[in-house]
Ligand binder design. Sequence first.
Ligand SMILES: *[C@@H]1O[C@H](CO)[C@@H](O)[C@H](O)[C@H]1NC(C)=O
Ligand SMILES: *[C@@H]1O[C@H](CO)[C@@H](O)[C@H](O)[C@H]1NC(C)=O
Ligand SMILES: *[C@@H]1O[C@H](CO)[C@@H](O)[C@H](O)[C@H]1NC(C)=O
Length: 425
Amino acid sequence: MKLSILLCLALVACVLGYSENLSLRPLSQKYLHASFEFEAESEPFNTHPVAHHDEFPRILSQIITQSDAREIHLRFAQGFWDAEEWGVLPHNGAFAGGTGIEAWAWIEASSKQEAKKKWFGLVNSLSGLFCASLNFIDSAHTVEPQFTFKQSSTGSNGANETTAYLFSGALPAEPVCTENLTPFIRLLPCKGKAGISSLLDGHKIFDSQWQGMAIDVHRECTDEEACKMVLKQTVDAVVDVPRQLRRNKHPIPVPLYGTDFRCDTSKPYANDYICFPLGDPTEVSWSIREIFGRPIEGACRIGQGSVNLDVPDGWKLQSKSGEDGEILDTYPTLSLANTDSLDIILSSDNATHVSPVSSPPVFAQRSFSGHGQQRGGVRTAFTNPSSEPVTFIYSETLPWFMRFYFHTMKLKNVDGVWRRVRGHV
Ligand SMILES: *[C@@H]1O[C@H](CO)[C@@H](O)[C@H](O)[C@H]1NC(C)=O
Ligand SMILES: *[C@@H]1O[C@H](CO)[C@@H](O)[C@H](O)[C@H]1NC(C)=O
Ligand SMILES: *[C@@H]1O[C@H](CO)[C@@H](O)[C@H](O)[C@H]1NC(C)=O
């Protein structure tokens, strides 16, 4: 390990198996999308991962070894993503999950029964690790979807390829909170002390309009019988900027003073006493210190870090380094190497002007309506915004006690598979 660090000091372009990136993108007038991505690789191994380095968390290698998991995926999500306003989900939805907690994994075993036993062991371990009720994923909450998920792992691990079984479970009613973020940060090599993870303050992240947290581990093998585990952690949040700034000023909401009112003076009755309130100002200026409560505390001591600023034309960027606030040249991509502490200031005369967003191929909405046998229901609506046909897979898990009736239903042969539907048609 010493040798590799020495080599790294010698070689400027050396990449240790860790990198982190933060992207910031103003959405419409008041929202900011912050996307944190962290990626760590394990040391190469033959059959089971061994933890030598700080980059790949030891606790995860232990869980993988115990459960014989080839891949593990976890999603924690809360709030609403407004697809009409904000376009496609971040990362094209690759790290998005439904409200609550979702988990799925491919487990290697000689039989499905054995794999299922390991799956329950796995969700119990993850439950302890993430302070989440994942242990409630029992046989009634476990499904084996055939089309929904694709494996990311590549290559075989040299030994005879063992079969891997996919299991998935979801807890939509599980609240997601700070208790889940703390263990997430503890998996990172800098543990929230430096690098972009220093911005991950649970109270700010979980106060956002929409937020999603994802953990994905998969195995990559080369022909030389050497494998490595790749861990990807992401946090995406949509922050309501004016609300966050108001909270900084008044942690407990108070009515505004008359002098702070913003009035529409074009109204004929407008005077010093009568005010027609205007919305949030379009002229904005805020810094990441105001949004996340602190600046980026320098670079993480290992790996590489960068900040990507996707700001629309007309927005101004400025960054300040260190305590004295030395102003730096700011480019859309900032490397975190050689920075002490970094604050970034974004300002615009017209915050309604944001980068155009791309529309998702299909809009989906799902909600519950009523309750009881007669009126209870689940409502799911799909809208195709284009005039072209769209093919997609919709996966739904319903509790055993819910009986459902189809009113109109067409079954179609897709790639030789008849989508058989059970129930009363
Ligand atoms: C961060 O960005 C760099 C450069 O674009 C890329 O090579 C790296 O894979 C990214 N890392 C993560 C975790 O997204
Ligand atoms: C793979 O399986 C074959 C036949 O079952 C066996 O002969 C061979 O030794 C196995 N190879 C390894 C590396 O386990
Ligand atoms: C602000 O930007 C929006 C969207 O680009 C535009 O429609 C509007 O006219 C602009 N307002 C001003 C005052 O420039």
